[in-house]
Design a binder for this molecule. Structure first.
Ligand code: NIG
Ligand code: FE
Length: 408
């Protein structure tokens, strides 16, 4: 018989379960178990309840000897942490007054990282990705989505996705790979945008399937990248092959969220430029609206209208967008807390956005909440009051992080 291990007691245990997936949340809706415990077996939660009440069922006890608040392991549903080089120079140029799109047009931006990523051998990309994973683990993140998109040819995208797969074999977290070969039209592609997307669909998609490299397809829908009409057949082909769709949408101009909703994408991410029309479309749909405050902080531009999205009834996830260009900070909890202050989000909305709702953005229903049958992924913060977590805006670091029931 597999061993049943009781972990606790936690001063406050917040399972984040039982909350609606869509719409505004009040802190009063949060369940808080005082002196709670988790009974864990084979990496999964068997039972959640009062620590004292679970003792008699445990074969072993792992006691937590300092006051903690226990949350589900954080889920970062949008990152680009597999890359070569640095874009500190772009950052300086932006702060000197150049725009993100101007820098991109002048040969910097995404293409600069593509050049550096192509120069890096696969092992270097594995090492770089693992280094970023360690940093996210210290901040309580137990699941990370990781995109390709700095290869931009069949071979170079494969190199990135194989590196992400290898990193996943040794990282403490689960890495969920997404193919972002449609990040921009590669500057060294001599054909049309349509021709590039066809080549990716015909040559790369089948390998993603056969090697199990990614089950999600993303595209940057923007004036500087792909238009909604260019991307529709690409998404349709991907869906016909069984991939989930996610979209870089409405970052600087609208159009992306509409195509996301029309094709039934699992998430539409960014949305800084979304107006009431796009907000209403997203709210009516099952597409998760993912805010990326790290990109707003990195570029010095407006935040995603998170309050309006929630009030309209959308499912709002919050992710770091950690990447070398627009979002170099890479601290999900700090960014989500800051978004909360600017957009007036309750603790329940911020915490659900980086757990329950972030898992929905990745189409994962085995995590993001603490309840029987779910993964035993949880993060302990050294405090006796959950309100301290967002209050410290990312500076209250987890004292312990558990992944699949084990201390990570
Ligand atoms: O999500 N907007 C497009 N893609 C990334 C940025 C990538 C980069 O600047 O390297 C984003 O912000
Ligand atoms: Fe992104």
């Amino acid at each position: 018989m597999p061993k049943k291990i009781l972990i606790g007691p936690f001063k406050q245990l917040l399972p984040l379960s039982g909350l609606p997936l869509k719409g505004a949340l009040k802190d009063e809706q949060l369940t808080i178990i005082n002196n709670g415990g988790l009974l864990v077996s084979e990496g999964k939660i068997l039972k959640i309840g009062l620590y004292g009440g679970l003792k008699s069922e445990a074969d072993e006890i792992e006691s937590i000897d300092h006051p903690t608040v226990c949350l589900p392991g954080l889920v970062d549903a949008h990152t680009h942490i597999c890359f070569g080089g640095s874009r500190a120079h772009d950052y300086a140029l932006r702060n000197a007054g150049k725009s993100y799109l101007e820098i991109a047009k002048a040969g910097g931006g995404i293409w600069d990282t593509v050049t550096k990523t192509r120069q890096a051998p696969e092992e270097v990309l594995v090492k770089n990705t693992l280094k970023q994973c360690e940093r996210h683990l210290k901040n309580g993140v137990t699941t990370l989505e990781v995109k390709s998109g700095y290869g931009l040819s069949v071979d170079e995208e494969l190199k990135m996705l194989r590196a992400i797969k290898k990193a996943n074999e040794t990282s403490a977290q689960d890495l969920i790979a997404t193919c972002l070969a449609a990040h921009m039209v590669p500057k060294d592609w001599s054909g049309t945008a349509k021709g590039y997307l066809e080549e990716i669909g015909n040559e790369l998609f089948p390998v993603l399937k056969s090697e199990g490299l990614a089950h999600r397809i993303d595209a940057f829908v923007e004036e500087s990248a792909y238009s909604p009409s260019q991307i529709r057949p690409y998404f349709e082909k991907a869906q016909a092959m069984g991939f989930d769709i996610t979209v870089h949408a409405d970052q600087f101009s609208t159009g992306g969220s509409q195509i996301a909703v029309e094709v039934g994408a699992v998430s539409a991410d960014h949305l800084e430029a979304s107006t009431d029309k796009e907000i209403a479309l997203l709210a009516k749909s099952n597409t998760v609206a993912t805010a990326l405050p790290g990109a707003s902080i990195g570029l010095g531009c407006a935040f995603t209208p998170a309050r309006k999205l929630l009030d309209a009834g959308a499912c709002l996830a919050i992710a770091s967008d950690h990447n070398p260009g627009s979002a170099p900070m890479g601290n999900l909890l700090a960014q989500a807390s800051i978004l909360g202050t600017f957009e007036k989000l309750s603790n329940a909305e911020v915490l659900a956005g980086i757990t329950q709702r972030a898992a929905a953005a990745l189409n994962l229903n085995d995590r993001g909440v603490l309840e029987a049958g779910k993964k035993a992924d949880f993060t302990l913060f050294p405090t006796d009051n959950y309100q301290e977590i967002t209050y410290h805006q990312g500076q209250l670091k987890p004292s312990m992080v558990y992944k699949n029931g084990l201390l990570a």
